[in-house]
Write a protein that binds this ligand. Structure first.
Ligand SMILES: Cc1ncc(C[n+]2csc(CCOP(=O)(O)OP(=O)(O)O)c2C)c(N)n1
Length: 395
C-alpha cells in the first residue's frame, strides 16, 4: 500500500514551475487571430467573412428548418418596442443624472435592439432572464410586462416591484422574468434549471437566457451548454456581444472574433446577426424560438452590438489603460443608432410614413414620462430593520 503523502503537494518543491515558465507554457492563443480594430470587429457587416460563414454553416447544418422572416406587423411591433425601450433608457439617464436614482445605471444606449428582439416574440409563460445592460428593460417591456413598478424600484419607492429595496436586482415571478444578479454568469446555471423543469413538466416553456459576451468568460457557460445540449433542453443562449466587459475588450479576453463558435463544440446551432439591426435580431429570435419549440434543443444567437459610452453611469470609458475614442462613439451614435436604422428601413419598404414614425416615438416618450410620474408619486421606501430582515433568506 502506498504511504499517504505528508502534504497535499508532496513534490511541491520540484514540480512547481516558476511564474515565467507558466507564461511560456500557456498556448499563445491571441496570436493566432489577426484582430481588426475594435470598431470594425464589432460591426456585423465587417466581420471576418470566413468566421461569419463558418458559424452560419455550423448553425445551418444543425438546423432542420429555414430561417424565419418577419411580417409587416412583426416589424412594426419591433420598431414600437425599440422606441419604448430607448425612451425609457433616456428617462432613466435623466433620473440618475438628477441624483434621483438609488444605485447604478448601466446605460443601454445603442445596444437595445437585441434585448427588444429577445423579448418581443416570447409567450407569456416563457421564461426570460434579461441581460442587465439597460437593466433589462428592453427585454422585459417587450415581453409585455408593465415595468412602471421597476422604474419605481430604481427610485427606491414603496411602489417598486421589490418595495424599493433592490435597485435593479429585480424579478417579476408572475411574468416569469428573473434576474438580474450582480454575479456575471449567474444566468447560466439557473437557466439550465428552468429548462430542465420545463422539459420535466412538459410545460412547453422556453427559456430566453440573455447575457453579454463577457459572461462567456465564466466556466459556467460551458456546463450550461453541455447540459442543455445533452438533454435537449429548451434554452436559447442569447448573447449581446458589445466587444467590451467593463474596461476589458473581448479581443484581450477571447481568442477569436465570435463568441458563438463556442456553441459548435456542443453541437448547438448558432446564428450571428447585426445587433444594430432590430429586424435581423427579430428574425434570429423567431428562428431560435421555432427550433427550440419544435424540440430541437438549445440554440445560440450572437448579436454584434455597440457600447458607445462608459460601462456604468459616472465611470470612465476606458479600454485597459486607454480612453476609448470619443469620436468613434459619436460616429456610432450618428450612424449606428438602431432606431434610426429601423425607421429608415420601414420607410424604404413602404411600411410606414415619417408621420407614423413620429407618432410611435411620441407615444413612447409619453409612456416613459408617465412611468416617471407614477414613481415620483410613490413615497420613499423607509423599511424598518424588521421589514428588511423579513426579506433576508440567508446570512
Ligand atoms: C463573476 C463576476 N465577475 C466580474 C464582475 C464585474 N463585472 C460587472 S459587469 C462586468 C462586465 C460584463 O460584461 P458583459 O457581460 O459583456 O456585459 P456588458 O456590460 O458588456 O453589456 C464585469 C466584469 C461581476 N459582477 N461578476
Amino acid at each position: 500500500m502506498l504511504a499517504a503523502p505528508s502534504t497535499n503537494y508532496p513534490n511541491a518543491a520540484v514540480s512547481q514551475p516558476e511564474p515565467q515558465q507558466l507564461v511560456n507554457w500557456m498556448p499563445q492563443t491571441t496570436a493566432k487571430f489577426d484582430y481588426q480594430p475594435l470598431s470594425l470587429a464589432l460591426m456585423a457587416e465587417t466581420l471576418a467573412e470566413k468566421d461569419k460563414d463558418e458559424i452560419q454553416k455550423i448553425g445551418d447544418e444543425r438546423m432542420d428548418r429555414d430561417r424565419e422572416t418577419l411580417t409587416k406587423d412583426q416589424k412594426l411591433l419591433l420598431f414600437r418596442n425599440l422606441s419604448r425601450a430607448m425612451a425609457l433608457d433616456r428617462m432613466m439617464m435623466r433620473i440618475i443624472r438628477a441624483g434621483r436614482m438609488t444605485g447604478f445605471y448601466h446605460e443601454g444606449g445603442l445596444a437595445l435592439a437585441p434585448g427588444t428582439a429577445a423579448g418581443t416574440f416570447l409567450h407569456k409563460d416563457d421564461i426570460l432572464w434579461p441581460h442587465y445592460r439597460g437593466h433589462g428593460i428592453a427585454h422585459t417591456l417587450a415581453k409585455g410586462v408593465d415595468v412602471k413598478r421597476y422604474v419605481a424600484e430604481h427610485m427606491g419607492r414603496q411602489a417598486g416591484c421589490c418595495k424599493g429595496r433592490s435597485s435593479y436586482h429585480f424579478s417579476f415571478p408572475g411574468d416569469h422574468v428573473f434576474g438580474s444578479s450582480g454575479n456575471i454568469g449567474a444566468n447560466f446555471g439557473v437557466c439550465v434549471g428552468y429548462g430542465l423543469a420545463a422539459k420535466y413538466k412538459s410545460s412547453g416553456q422556453i427559456v430566453m437566457n440573455c447575457s453579454g459576451d463577457g459572461s462567456y468568460g465564466e466556466g459556467r457557460c460551458h456546463e450550461a451548454m453541455l447540459m442543455t445540449a445533452n438533454w435537449k433542453l429548451p434554452v436559447i443562449f442569447w448573447c449581446e456581444a458589445n466587444g467590451m466587459m467593463q474596461h476589458t475588450s473581448m479581443k484581450e479576453a477571447f481568442p477569436g472574433p465570435d463568441i458563438s463558435i463556442l456553441a459548435a463544440g456542443y453541437g448547438i446551432p448558432a446564428l450571428i446577426v447585426d445587433g444594430q439591426d432590430v429586424f435581423a435580431c427579430g428574425e434570429a429570435a423567431l428562428t431560435a424560438l421555432a427550433h427550440v419549440r419544435a424540440g430541437g434543443g438549445p440554440f445560440f444567437v450572437e448579436c454584434k452590438t455597440l457600447r458607445a459610452q462608459e460601462h456604468s453611469v459616472g465611470g470612465v470609458n476606458y479600454e485597459g489603460p486607454i480612453a476609448r475614442d470619443p469620436e468613434l462613439m459619436q460616429e456610432w451614435k450618428a450612424n449606428r443608432d438602431p432606431l434610426k436604422l429601423a425607421g429608415t428601413r420601414l420607410i424604404q419598404e413602404g411600411l410606414i410614413t415619417q408621420e407614423g414614425i413620429e407618432t410611435i416615438r411620441g407615444e413612447a416618450e409619453l409612456e416613459a414620462d408617465e412611468m416617471e410620474a407614477f414613481s415620483e408619486a410613490s413615497p420613499k421606501a423607509m423599511p424598518s430593520i424588521e421589514e428588511l430582515l423579513s426579506a433576508v433568506y440567508a446570512a
